[in-house]
Design a protein. Sequence first.
Length: 143
Amino acid sequence: AGGQAAAGGGAGGVERGRGSGAVASAVPRRTPRTPARCRVCGRTLTGAGEMKLMRCEDCPSDMDEGVYERLREWREVQAGRSGQPAFCVFTDKTLMAIAESVPEDERELARIPGVGARKLNRYGVDVLAICAGQEGVGLEDDD
């Protein structure tokens, strides 16, 4: 008894990895998620970029090119003002998703992957104005 460890090798006689199973069975199991599907062809989406756009990379885009270009210009200005890389404002895929859906209000904008509460609060007004066709949004100097 003098130098031997308890059964299971742990201190205090506790066996590790050998529970009764009562706790594990009491935990509710998650229901499996429905796989994300392409909004164009219906195929299961696999990559993060596809999921952000909600379409396959090789499916045709219905992106508003004008909105996309204005968003890119605006993003460059915002990144310059904050001293951070442009992708920290929004990634290219997020800008594409915005230009494809052209949201009309904050609720629609918030549904786009890559637009969380923080970015919605910081950039939402400008992004929605650009989507609504307002020119020069967020491009003027702060001076």
